[in-house]
Write a protein that binds this ligand. Structure first.
Ligand code: SF4
Ligand code: SF4
Ligand code: SF4
Length: 339
């Protein structure tokens, strides 16, 4: 038995590759129109809350249904649809967890449970825990540790508010994901964003740096603009374009994928060279080529750990590995000891 086949086969054997995995025109136009309407609603609500303030109460606060909370509303509604429609058991579990985590941890906790929020940094007044996407919070460092041990999937697959809408509403446009060699090269676009993010994070962590508030606002603007633009462009660039090409946080987690314990292994003896894994990967990773050459996905920094390639492989040649597998492999076994 090879190393890859002895790894924990998470997710466990699932249904063979199916129509849903490749999605050649799976959804009727009215579903896509509904999804597009939801995206437009979310973008309009964000602009109302942050820029135009067209709808606001006497205190200047936007109504909850036309504020930044609108994104969570559509995640809940479309999340129910996605969970019911999903045919793969592992992905269904992941979606249930993702939608529940987004609603409970990212929306309800900061909105209704005013907990003391530990904060590391020199920028007063910034949103704190559990705002993961704020450099310098304890949640962020906890996420870094988890990503090191178990891979980027702990956030990008299971618990990211930004991907909640892309995995639910955006799923109607998943078949538009560009998977050409040119699109694969576009992944490098995120590194300038990452550099900016790292620079601003360093400014925040060092007390007394001048211009930190301005730099922080510029950074947030540069993140928000492509974030919402990518929602509206989903019919042309697929649902995961922001994750693939721009997200500076995804780049951070990707670096931890690279130096940490997470792997996607390919058993070359089992692989039937069918290419199904390439067709289902929303990050456009050339899994078959890399896996057959090296026995694993080499560009592991790009893998957000959705598990679709593993669940879809008809030969069950793919598997995840993480810190648990390393620990198990190094734990002495009693069975088989010679007397
Ligand atoms: S790449 Fe960014 S937006 Fe996408 S799931 Fe990861 S952290 Fe969220
Ligand atoms: S790893 Fe599985 S899905 Fe990918 S090419 Fe091999 S047999 Fe096909
Ligand atoms: S390599 Fe597999 S687990 Fe990683 S993003 Fe692609 S389909 Fe998902």
């Amino acid at each position: 038995m090879t190393a890859s086949s002895s790894a924990s086969p998470r997710p466990p054997g699932q249904a063979p590759a199916g129509r849903q995995d490749c999605l050649p025109g799976r959804y009727a136009p009215w579903v896509r129109i509904l999804a597009m309407a939801a995206f437009i609603y979310v973008v309009a609500a964000y602009l109302n809350a942050r820029v135009f303030h067209l709808l606001a109460d006497a205190d200047g606060q936007p109504p909850v249904w036309f504020s930044q909370a609108s994104e969570y509303l559509v995640i809940a509604v479309f999340g129910v649809w996605r969970v019911i429609a999903e045919r793969d058991a592992y992905t269904r579990r992941r979606l249930v967890f993702l939608v529940a985590a987004v609603m409970a941890f990212w929306w309800a906790t900061p909105a209704y449970l005013r907990l003391p929020e530990p904060y590391i940094g020199a920028l007063p007044g910034a949103p704190l825990l559990p705002q993961l996407h704020t450099p310098g919070t304890l949640t962020f460092f906890a996420a870094l540790l988890l990503a090191l041990l178990f891979g980027r999937r702990v956030i990008c697959g299971w618990n990211c508010p930004c991907v909640g809408i892309r995995e639910t509403v955006g799923f109607a446009f998943r078949d538009r994901t560009p998977r050409s060699g040119k699109a694969w090269r576009w992944r490098h676009l995120k590194w300038p964003f990452f550099s900016l993010y790292a620079g601003v994070a360093a400014m925040i962590l060092i007390p007394g740096v001048p211009g930190v508030s301005t730099a922080y606002r510029v950074f947030l603007g540069l993140v928000a603009l492509p974030y919402f633009a990518s929602l509206l462009l989903s019919p042309f660039i697929g649902n995961r374009a922001y994750c693939r090409f721009l997200c500076p946080y995804g780049a951070t987690f990707g670096l931890l994928n690279r130096i940490g314990f997470f792997q996607v292994r390919l058993d070359r003896e089992r692989c039937a060279d069918c290419g199904q894994c390439d067709r289902v990967c929303d990050m456009g990773i050339p899994i078959r080529e890399q896996g057959r050459a090296a026995g694993k996905v080499v560009s592991i920094e790009e893998c957000m750990g959705c598990g679709r390639c593993i669940a879809s492989c008809p030969a069950k040649a793919l598997s995840f590995r993480d810190a648990r597998d390393v620990l198990r492999a190094r734990t002495p076994r009693d069975a088989g000891l010679a007397r």
